[in-house]
Design a protein around this ligand. Structure first.
Ligand code: HEM
Length: 155
């Protein structure tokens, strides 16, 4: 009898964390892959990725001032760009915290390093224009000076 009671209580407590998707109480961060997030792409179960963080916004859909349509379009995917395009207020950013459930897995984060390469190599082709304009200016001033001197000599 006593043993049975103990088993029952173990079963009920292990259920709660998985159902609510709440980060563990000891502060440990939960990591999700893009595939895991992608599975939550319906109105009854809606997750989003914004800035490499994962949010369960199911209960927020109806409250969203911008309507639930736009959120459902992004359901299960990375909504960082659309979230930033709208220019959400600081209030909106603070609201996000209520729906936070974990982080995007390191391997699934976008690498930002490639962009910088383009900036450093693009200068070469325009370098001729940096000396051509002053050179033409010097030549014009030179001709004007010669012309001025000739005029003065002849008069
Ligand atoms: C869970 C994430 C989100 C939260 C907490 C949130 C919150 C809010 C809030 C509080 C507003 C009112 C205006 C403001 O304070 O900025 C708003 C407006 C809006 N949001 Fe969101 N939003 C979220 C995600 C998104 C996403 C992913 C999109 C686009 C796909 C979006 C599109 C819009 C639009 C179009 C408006 C209306 C702007 C206007 O009428 O001026 N939101 N949102």
């Amino acid at each position: 009898m006593g043993e049975e009671m103990e088993n029952m209580s173990v079963n009920t407590s292990s259920k709660t964390e998985d159902e609510n998707h709440v980060p563990a109480e000891d502060g440990a961060v939960k990591y999700y892959t893009r595939d895991e997030v992608q599975a939550h792409n319906m109105s009854k179960d809606t997750w989003l990725i914004i800035h490499d963080k994962v949010y369960d916004i199911t209960s927020f859909l109806e409250e969203h001032p911008g309507g639930e349509e736009v959120l459902l379009e992004q359901a299960g995917s990375d909504a960082t760009e659309s979230f930033e395009d709208v220019g959400h207020s600081t209030d909106a950013r603070e609201m996000l915290q209520q729906y936070y459930i974990g982080e995007l897995h390191e391997d699934d984060r976008k690498k930002e390093t490639k962009k910088e390469v383009y900036i450093t190599t693009s200068k070469e082709s325009s370098s001729w224009s940096t000396w051509l304009i002053p050179a033409v200016a010097v030549a014009v001033v030179g001709f004007m000076y010669r012309y001025y001197m000739l005029e003065h000599k002849s008069s």
